[in-house]
Structures are given as C-alpha cells and as structure tokens.
Design a protein around this ligand. Structure first.
Ligand SMILES: Nc1ncnc2c1ncn2[C@@H]1O[C@H](COP(=O)(O)OP(=O)(O)OP(=O)(O)O)[C@@H](O)[C@H]1O
Length: 364
C-alpha cells in the first residue's frame, strides 16, 4: 500500500561545519505530492535530499518509503531517482542510450530498453532526438534527458536538487510545465530543492522551509505565506511588514488601529506582531476610505511598484500596480484586507511562537 515517504528525526553533522547540516529533521510526503524544500544557502537542503537518496548516511533518524525503513537499502534499490543542477549525462552514450541506461544495467534487452526510453523521451518532449550526442544538446534539453533517464527507472520518488537553476527564466517556465505534465502522467512523489520562492510556488503543492538543518514549517504554499508560524518564517518568505501590538478577541491592536485577524485561526491573546503581506495591501488615492499614509519611496519591479509608506508612525512596504501616477510625498489611503494579515509571537522562540500558532504543521 502506498503510504508515502516519511523522514523521522534525521540528524547529520559534518566535521568543521558551524551547525549540524540536519538536526532532528522530520517530514512526511503524501503519495503523489510535490514538496519544495526552501531555505537559505547552507541550510541543509542538499544534505536532506542526499540522505533520503541514501548517498549520505545519517548520524541518527530514519527514512521510510511506504512503511519500509530504508536504512539498509542501497541507493539504487530505494525506488528513487535524483536529478541535479547539472545533468550529469554519460557523454559517450547518445540520448536514447542515456535514457535506456538503467534498464540495460537491469538486464533488459537492448531493443526493449530503447523502445521504453523512446516513450520517456516523448514524455519530456524530446522525441526524435535519440540518436543525437548529448554533448550537442542545449542545457535545457540535457536537463530534459536527465529527467527522462530518472523517470525511466520508474521511481516512486523523484528527488530534484535545484534542477532548473542553471536555466534562463523562459526555459525554467517550460521546465515547470514539464514537471506538471510528468506529475499528471506518472504521479511520482516529488521532493525538490530550490532557492527560489516563485519557483517553489509554481511547481509544488507543499513547502518545507529549512534553516540551519531544522524544519521551520511544512505547509501548503498559501499557508507558508499567510500563516507563518514565526517571524523567521515570515521574513524568509519575503514578509517585511511587522507591527508590534496586542491581540484581544481575535483583533490586533497597534499604532495602525484595530484589525480583525482571519477568523479561521485560533489567535492567542496577548502581545503579538502583526504581519501584513506587502502584495496584499491596497493603495488608493487620498479621496478613498482607508488608513491615511504618505509615500516615502517608490521602486519599479517589472510591472509592479514597491512602495514604502508611513502610516501612523509605522513604515510599511506595499507592492501594488493600481494607484495612478504615485510620487514620493503624496498622501494615499491604505486598505489592509483581512487576507493580508497574520500574527506571530513577538519573540521568535519555539515556546512563544507556539502560543500564537499552536502547531508548526499548518494544514493545507
Ligand atoms: N560533504 C560535506 N563535508 C563537509 N560539510 C558539508 C558537506 N556537505 C554539506 N556540508 C555542510 O553542511 C551544511 C549544509 O549543506 P547543504 O549543502 O546541505 O546546504 P544547502 O542548503 O543545500 O546549501 P546551498 O543552498 O548553498 O546548496 C553546510 O554548512 C555545508 O557546508
């Protein structure tokens, strides 16, 4: 029976490293899910993938696939395929034989292995390229071949370690589409490391945020942005607006006034920092209802504007596209929809953040 992948209390330290690469790290992946592992450089993302794949031996903890402990199972027998940032194809084999490689090693006759490989090349939209040398392919094409090679082993788990980070933005979007297509067709569990929040949101249904080897939060993409369990999570997810105050009866009181928090969450009473997602603040011209504010800075970010405003002595950042011809010094009105708001304990310690968000695992 498919039970998914369970990582339990993984710890791994390397000599000379400033902190353990993994510290009591636990995570569960449901069958068919796609989880992106996000975190700062050196936070332990690759070590997690390598340990799950069996390429690294943990100091403590276990990895279970569909209930089976994999401690004594060799990497090639774990039912997993790993794709790295660089495709690592065999340069002396053509495209088709790269994809057919795993089947040939298992003793599948060449003709059958190649026919099978052809169907995986089709899946990654590389049909008809089988006879080409891999060295003649572009970076994006090589990565497609690497994914086809991984999939040809029919893994239960596809481990992707920053597989698209060397590609330009358009190719990356195409690879995100490809990954959705692969998930629709084969439904493997996917665990993907990325540095990029936008990429994580584009491909994954669950995010696991890691810092210094510790899991900070595992939740849906939406919950990671709108229900961070701590200031640290909020900041790592691009949250920049933090307003000190107090919660009473589901309402946050601060210099900005009284703001009802989303009703679908048990907000604990007491001191709390109000978090306001910059992209959900509505900036309107002065004649509209809302909180009066003065623009202090405007920066362009593609089609959006990043605006810094002062409201009731509080500095806020807003990303907006609607306010016509704004300029520094203008008075505007801010609307803070309930969906833009969350709150966390003022001190980012495990105990105090638990007061505000009772469990670090936020349901999807
Ligand atoms: N083979 C190794 N030997 C020594 N230290 C290591 C080894 N592999 C990882 N580390 C250390 O473990 C920590 C976690 O590294 P890891 O590569 O897992 O982080 P990461 O989040 O994937 O980083 P990045 O995003 O920069 O790739 C770092 O401090 C790193 O220096």
């Amino acid at each position: 029976m498919r039970q998914g992948l369970v990582v339990q209390g993984l710890s791994k330290s390397f000599k000379g490293a400033p902190h353990p690469a993994l510290e009591e790290f636990s995570l569960s992946l449901a069958p068919g899910s796609c989880t992106a592992v996000l975190g700062p450089s050196g936070s332990g993302k690759s070590t997690l993938l390598r340990t799950v794949a069996g390429l690294e031996i943990p100091d403590r903890g276990s990895v279970l696939l569909d209930g089976q402990d994999l401690a004594t199972v060799r990497p090639e027998r774990r039912g997993m395929a790993m794709v790295f940032q660089r495709p690592l194809l065999f340069p002396h084999l053509n495209v088709l034989d790269n994809v057919a490689f795993a089947a040939r090693i298992r003793g599948v006759p060449r003709r059958r292995a190649r026919a099978d490989a052809e169907s995986f090349l089709e899946l990654v939209q590389m049909q008809g390229t089988g006879r080409r040398a891999v060295t003649g392919l572009s970076g994006g094409q090589q990565q497609r071949v690497a994914i086809a090679r991984g999939l040809a082993a029919r893994p239960a788990v596809l481990l992707l370690d920053e597989p698209f980070s060397a590609l330009d933005p358009e190719l990356r979007s195409a690879m995100h589409e490809l990954l959705s297509h692969v998930r629709e067709q084969l439904n493997p569990m996917v665990l993907m490391v990325t540095h990029d929040r936008d990429e994580a949101s584009a491909v994954a249904d669950q995010l696991a945020l890691i810092s210094e080897g510790t899991l900070l939060q595992h939740s849906s993409v939406e919950a990671m942005y709108t229900r961070p369990v701590s200031l640290q999570v909020s900041r790592l997810m691009g949250g920049t607006n933090e307003v000190p105050g107090t919660i009473r009866g589901g309402v946050h009181y601060s210099a900005l006034g009284a703001h009802a928090l989303p009703a679908d969450h048990p907000w604990a009473e007491g001191p709390a920092t109000l978090l306001i997602r910059p992209e959900r603040i509505i900036v309107l011209e002065d004649h509209n209802p809302g909180l009066p504010a003065v623009i202090t800075r405007i920066r362009a970010r593609g089609p959006r504007r990043l605006m810094t405003v002062e409201a009731a002595g509080v500095t806020l950042n807003a990303e907006e596209t609607t306010c016509p011809h704004p300029a520094p010094g203008d008075t505007v009105r801010l609307q803070l929809p309930t969906s833009a708001l969350a709150a966390v304990a003022p001190q980012p310690t495990a105990e105090t953040s638990a007061l505000i968000s009772p469990t670090p695992k936020v349901p999807a």
